[in-house]
Design a protein around this ligand. Structure first.
Ligand SMILES: [Fe+2]
Ligand SMILES: [Fe+2]
Length: 222
C-alpha cells in the first residue's frame, strides 16, 4: 500500500457502508467517516507492530472489513448480521484516531500521550465515539448495546490494549479474527520479497517472528 492511494481505500470503505441495510447504522457510519476523515487518512494503525505508515489506520480498517465480509460469505447458514459486521469492521479501531500523532516519515513523534485513548484504551474510546453519534438517533437501547459491543469487545482479550468485555456475538468473533489475520500478516509485506528461504526474520515490534518455507516447489506457478 502506497501513501498516495490511501484516498482510494477511503472510497472503498464508503462503498462498504452502502451495503448496510439499517438506515441509522448506515448514516451514523457515514457521518463518523466524514468527521474523522483527516485522522483516518493520516494516522498509523499502531506505533510499529502493524500498518505503521501514514493512513495505515484506514488501510487496516479497510482490510479488516474486507476480510470480515469474506468470512461471513464462507458461513452463509449462520445468519450472521452483515450490518453489524460491516459497521463494526469499519469502526472497530475508530478509537485509535485519538491515540497517535499523525504519521511523519522518519519521526518517532507518534504517540500522543495526552489524548484520551492513551488513558482509556482504544476500545473504550471507540465505544465513547460511536455511542455519542448514536445518541442522535431513536434506537432501541438493547440493540444499541449490541452495536457498541462490536467495538468494545473486538480485541477478544483482556489486556492493557484489550477488550472491555469478551465477545458474545458471532459478528464480533468474525471481526476479531479478521482483525487478527490482518495485523499478523501485514507486517511481512515490506520484507517478504527480500527474505531468504529458511531465514527467521523479525519486523519492528510485530507480534512474532516469521520463517520462510524451505519447500523448493511452493512458489512455482499453480
Ligand atoms: Fe483494535
Ligand atoms: Fe484493528
Amino acid at each position: 500500500m502506497k501513501d498516495n492511494n490511501i484516498e482510494t481505500y477511503y472510497d472503498k470503505c464508503i462503498e462498504f457502508m452502502e451495503q448496510i441495510k439499517n438506515p441509522i447504522l448506515k448514516e451514523c457510519c457515514q457521518i463518523i467517516y466524514k468527521d474523522f476523515k483527516e485522522k483516518l487518512i493520516n494516522k498509523p494503525a499502531t506505533t510499529g507492530s502493524h500498518h505503521f505508515f501514514k493512513g495505515g489506520l484506514l488501510y487496516h480498517i479497510y482490510c479488516v472489513t474486507r476480510n470480515a465480509i469474506a468470512i461471513c460469505n464462507l458461513y452463509p447458514d449462520l445468519e450472521i448480521d452483515l450490518d453489524l459486521v460491516i459497521f463494526g469492521g469499519l469502526l472497530h479501531d475508530i478509537g485509535k484516531t485519538n491515540d497517535f500523532y499523525d504519521f511523519i516519515e522518519n519521526s518517532d513523534n507518534v504517540k500522543n500521550k495526552g489524548n484520551s485513548a492513551v488513558l482509556l484504551g482504544h476500545s473504550y474510546e471507540g465505544v465513547h465515539i460511536v455511542e455519542n453519534y448514536l445518541s442522535n438517533y431513536n434506537i432501541d437501547d438493547q440493540f444499541k448495546n449490541q452495536v457498541i459491543h462490536t467495538i468494545g469487545s473486538h480485541m477478544n482479550e483482556y489486556s492493557e490494549w484489550g477488550a472491555l468485555v469478551m465477545p458474545k456475538m458471532l459478528e464480533v468473533i468474525v471481526i476479531n479474527f479478521a482483525d487478527n489475520i490482518d495485523s499478523h500478516i501485514e507486517p511481512a509485506h515490506p520484507i517478504i520479497k527480500q527474505a531468504n528461504k529458511g531465514e527467521v526474520y523479525k519486523i519492528n515490534n510485530a507480534p512474532r517472528e516469521y520463517y520462510k518455507s524451505l519447500n523448493p516447489f511452493y512458489n512455482l506457478q499453480r
